[in-house]
Design a protein around this ligand. Structure first.
Ligand SMILES: [Cu+2]
Length: 296
């Protein structure tokens, strides 16, 4: 029995150490979900900071209302139960109470509505964006385009479990992450190509639907360099869980370097004999498909 307990304690201690180590290694990375997490991921943009503030404000209101209602319930149960109050009153109306229980909730709703609308408009208007990124959702991969940087364009695919390297988070790591500069207002345009997807990065406070034939818009200004993770947030088919989002936020200088590397890579790709044909084929299907339809 004694030996059993010692083993159990040792196992528990090892488990605890492993959990702490995991928590520490995750803390070293930037925002991503981790096991046994409570609360939100850290805010990385002004929008998320505001969302968290608003959430905390609502929490206070909910807490106060709950205490008040539970207090009233307790008061009624103790003061007016059949033993302590055998003969019930026959009161049916009380104008003051009726006005109060109408006006007070209205006031509470107003204190919620005003900051809520402020936040909504703050999220909605892109403030003086320095660059634009186009995000396109496909079944089941994200595509990123940089129209201001010579149309750099690539697809971002999840790294499968068997190919993961140490420290890479499972189901979140991708081959080509989205790279953006730190402390820059960025317009994010989101569209879909097949079904509805949703580009969701919790620490950016951005969750934008990728709808075919629509261009939705959001904005981000990430305040610290690092790696941030998100996921497709709209059930989009069998591989919905396997189209994560990874965003690398780098300094302006590093971003410019990255842009140059991408441009050179694109130029090299275009110079490969036959590469132009592929390029045309990428753009062509919409027009090429039309005559086929007429033929049918
Ligand atoms: Cu999706």
């Amino acid at each position: 029995m004694m030996r059993l307990t010692t083993t159990a304690i040792r196992k528990l201690a090892t488990g605890l150490c492993a959990a702490l180590a995991l928590a520490y290694s995750n803390a070293a990375l930037a925002d991503q979900p981790h096991p046994w997490q409570f609360g939100f991921q850290d805010a990385a943009t002004p929008i998320t900071e505001w969302i968290h503030e608003f959430h905390n404000w609502l929490l206070i209101i909910i807490f106060l209302i709950s205490i008040f209602v539970f207090g009233l319930l307790a008061y009624v149960m103790i003061r007016f139960n059949h033993r302590s109050h055998p003969v019930p009153t026959r009161t049916t109306h009380n104008t003051v109470v009726e006005v109060l229980w109408t006006v007070v909730p209205v006031l509470i709703l107003v204190t919620i509505a005003i900051p809520s609308f402020k936040l909504m408009y703050y999220m909605d208007r892109v403030p003086d964006a320095k660059m634009t990124i186009k995000v396109t959702g496909h079944q089941w991969v994200w595509e990123y385009t940089y129209p201001d940087q010579g149309n750099i364009n690539f697809k971002s695919l999840m790294i499968e479990d068997k190919d993961l390297k140490a420290g890479q988070p499972r189901l979140l790591e991708v081959d080509n992450p989205l790279v953006i500069p730190v402390a820059t207002n960025i317009r994010v345009q989101v569209a879909g190509e097949d079904v509805i997807h949703s580009w969701f990065v919790p620490s950016f406070g951005v969750q934008e639907y990728a709808v075919v034939g629509r261009l939705n818009e959001a904005w981000i200004k990430v305040e610290h360099e690092g790696t941030y993770y998100g996921e497709c947030n709209q059930i989009c088919g069998v591989n919905h869980a396997f189209m994560p989002i990874e965003v690398k936020v780098v300094s302006q200088a590093d971003f410019q370097k990255w842009v140059q590397t991408q441009k050179t890579a694109m130029r090299d790709r275009d110079q490969v004999p036959g590469a132009d044909v592929t390029k045309v084929a990428d753009v062509a299907p919409a027009t090429a498909a039309e005559p086929a339809k007429v033929g049918n």
